[in-house]
Design a protein around this ligand. Sequence first.
Ligand code: HEC
Length: 126
Amino acid sequence: MMTILVQLAIAFSLSLLSDSKDIYKPIEAVMLQPQSYAFVRRVTTTSKEKAFQILENKCNVCHNKRNRRRVFTLDNMNPWVDDVYKQVFIKKRMPKGKKIKLTSQEYQDLLTWISATQNNQNGNQL
Ligand code: HEC
């Protein structure tokens, strides 16, 4: 029992050291063999990480060639959140063309990041 508590404490401290400013879901502890063995993992990716994967797969693929001034990175994506919202959800100009489409899951994941980031900019820092 003691070992498990110690491991949880260590995992929790590590999660505090983590550098992302995004929202973390609580750490989930998984006990494989109670008493003797436990491991802790970060189960969820953050909304920002998910959004970045989408920007990378569905936007950067094209921007890399056709709009080099708008290649998304983890550093610039938050400041560009309003532009992304406008182009994808309001004007529906992006993703440009017919070949690349977003799935409804991807729209949802982008929206989750957008609302978290916009609230964050209007309110307290996270
Ligand atoms: C097939 C190519 C292509 C894809 C895919 C694509 N873009 Fe673009 N995007 C462009 C081009 C070219 C421009 C510059 C010309 C324009 O605005 O139409 C642009 C411009 C933009 C701009 C700036 C527009 C402005 O006027 O301020 C934003 C923001 C943007 N894209 C976001 C995205 C996002 C987010 C995605 C993915 C969900 C995406 N784009 C996918 C080609 C693409």
